[in-house]
Design a protein around this ligand. Structure first.
Ligand code: ADP
Ligand code: MG
Length: 289
């Protein structure tokens, strides 16, 4: 692993784990202080994420154009769309990396994400998996997961010895889920590309995310790895809320319930995969390229 990658990884972990002083600061909006109480995410309106009329321009170019989106708790939403449609930018906005010029972005019914930093948003349980796997290659599979278990919980880390029984159970459960139990002692650098992707998904799952965003999770995977990833996502369905951006239509067909088609920064169509694939506007956009 290069020093740059290690640095990036550490920065990501630090984002997930704001310093204790920051967490206890009284100078917080109502939304933020509430999210640190267990079960405080307000899902009473049947939505975990809500975007309304979001716009963002880069040097005068409208990358996101009045984008609205409504995600229910436990949903597995697939987002498809041609290159440049704004899929990654949409994830950047949800996770606080990019600030929109206008519009609203809410986590649950009460947390205004536009009032929070990227680090705060990550600490609320809104996690993102980037396209490229960024595991710690020199550490074992188990150690990678262990780091994430203790990372976001400063106080829990201090109580490691007391919590280790429970935490070890959770580690074993996640290892099983991502089908890496037998590889637990292998350095992550020796895993296949697909296995690294699963490990990184495990590193997010172990933090019990409330909402997980995944950008092209099966890019570069073999057919067999893609199929195993579909099985993993189907297992997660209902237990976690997932937003999956993916080009691989075979994969989308395997896992999708509701599909949103993005085009030119806005929603072009929404429905089952069969419904959107039969939509004339969608056909035009895909065939036009
Ligand atoms: P997708 O992920 O759907 O392929 P992106 O969200 O990456 O699309 O990009 C949407 C559009 O916004 C593209 O035209 C891209 O070139 C542009 N874009 C994205 N990020 C930036 C940026 N930081 N600066 C300038 N243009 C950007
Ligand atoms: Mg993209």
């Amino acid at each position: 692993m290069t020093p740059e990658l290690m640095e990036q990884g550490l920065q990501r972990l630090q984002k997930k784990a704001p310093p204790a002083a920051e967490q206890s600061s009284g100078d917080r909006s109502a939304g933020y202080s509430r999210v640190h109480e267990p079960g405080s995410l307000d899902l009473s309106h049947g939505r975990i994420l809500y975007l309304e009329e979001v716009c963002v321009s880069f040097d005068g170019f409208r990358a996101i154009n009045k984008l609205s989106l409504d995600i229910a708790p436990g949903e597995l939403r697939c987002i498809i769309g041609p290159n440049g449609a704004g899929k990654t930018t949409m994830m950047d906005i949800i996770t606080g990396k990019t600030r929109p010029d206008s519009g609203q972005v809410f986590f649950g019914s009460t947390i205004d994400l536009l009032r929070h930093s990227e680090a705060e948003i990550a600490s609320m349980g809104l996690c993102r998996k980037f396209q490229k796997p960024t595991v710690f290659e020199a550490l074992s599979v188990f150690e990678n997961l262990e780091l994430c278990l203790s990372g976001p919980r400063g106080v829990a880390a201090a109580l490691w010895h007391r919590l280790s029984g429970l935490q070890r159970d959770r580690l074993a459960e996640v290892l099983e889920l991502i089908q890496l139990s037998e590889e637990r002692h292998r350095p992550a650098g020796l895993l296949s590309h697909g296995q690294k992707q699963w490990l990184e998904i495990g590193m997010l799952l172990i933090q019990d995310p409330k909402l997980l965003l995944l950008d092209e999770p099966v890019a570069g995977m073999t057919d067999q790895e893609t199929e195993r990833t579909a099985e993993l996502f189907l297992t997660l369905k209902g237990k976690h809320t997932l937003i999956v951006v993916e080009h691989d239509m075979g994969f989308v067909g395997r896992i999708a319930e509701k599909v949103t088609v993005l085009c030119e920064g806005a929603v072009l169509a929404e429905g089952s995969l069969a419904q959107v694939q039969a939509d004339e506007r969608v056909i035009e956009v895909y065939l036009g390229r």
